[in-house]
Design a protein around this ligand. Sequence first.
Ligand code: UD1
Length: 360
Amino acid sequence: MSALVLHVTGARPNFPKAAPVIAALERHGVRQLLVHTGQHYDRNMSEVFFRDLGLPEPDLNLGIGSGSHAEQTAAMMTALESVFLEQRPDLVMVYGDVNSTLAAALVAAKLGIRCAHVEAGLRSFDWTMPEEVNRVVTDRLSDLLFATSADALIHLAREGVDPDRMHFTGNPMIDTLVRLRDRFDGSRVVAELGLPPTYAVATMHRPGNVDDPETLARMVAALRGVGDRIDLVLPVHPRGRQQLEASGLFDHPRVHATEPLGYLEFLGLVEGSSLVVTDSGGIQEETTVLRIPCLTLRPNTERPVTITHGTNRLVTTDDLADRVDEVLAGPAPAPGQVPPLWDGAAGERIAGIVVGALGA
Ligand code: UD1
């Protein structure tokens, strides 16, 4: 029987990273299984992404759902252990930095199954972020580490990772963006909200921003300040939805809430916008390639290449309004420079290395 690669995905940001790798391995004729942990389960957090990205239906959905970190990670590990024992994959592939990523890497390591981590080596050095814990542990447990940027290789080397295990393959999430860019379409949302031609987009869901009432209140005041300057659309992530709705943010006449959007609609909305305010990781990268100014409401980023090569800038609630004024007064970012290997071919590079490793 030929070698089996088992992909574990679970949360929204996993899907655009996994899609090009799965497609490229398919072209190489590799036997694959796609397991969805069910970490994200709302239709527009999961199913719509599978449709938009043309991902195959998961072979298995473990239906784990939400819970505390320990509950969720433990439930995933128990379910994944049975799957790995039954399927006996030759390689488990994990993506990004969510709890599904960590759970799968831990189970694979304990069963002696090789693990490949796509988007290895990113570091915010901020241990208050659950994603930082997930990244560091997943990298430590992985046999193949695929980096999206050169800084990631430096972090991995400093942590003692054998250089033979790390590969600078570029950014597969950008493969998905490049492939689907012609189909981005935010027009439904623009029409339904009656947006003017000039508008901004915001996303907020980090525990560090939405869980603590005082931090949330400062963020809401800052976003209302953006609304005083430009119409602002905020697709509301389920985490923090109640708090944001109760906060009065959407009482502002120029701040508009929507449900979470699918991949094509969200990036269509972003592509048509004048600026983005976010605390997401992936959106810092997508705006870098789309050349849309991105103001990241966080004290740090694990994606510094989006600042050095892209349109990203870290902001605080105190200086957000000034930064928005600067963006609106300044010229639009010039087209051109994107980070090295963010070229639409990362999935193919990763697949080539995986095929080589399976054969070895
Ligand atoms: C997770 C990731 C985060 C990523 C984000 C993208 C971890 C630790 N965090 O955060 O890195 O940026 O996904 O979306 O893995 N919920 C629903 N429906 C869903 C999913 C979640 O209502 O389909 C609600 C539940 O109340 C849940 C809460 O959102 O408790 C948080 O979900 P969870 O998967 O724990 O983390 P996210 O905040 O989504």
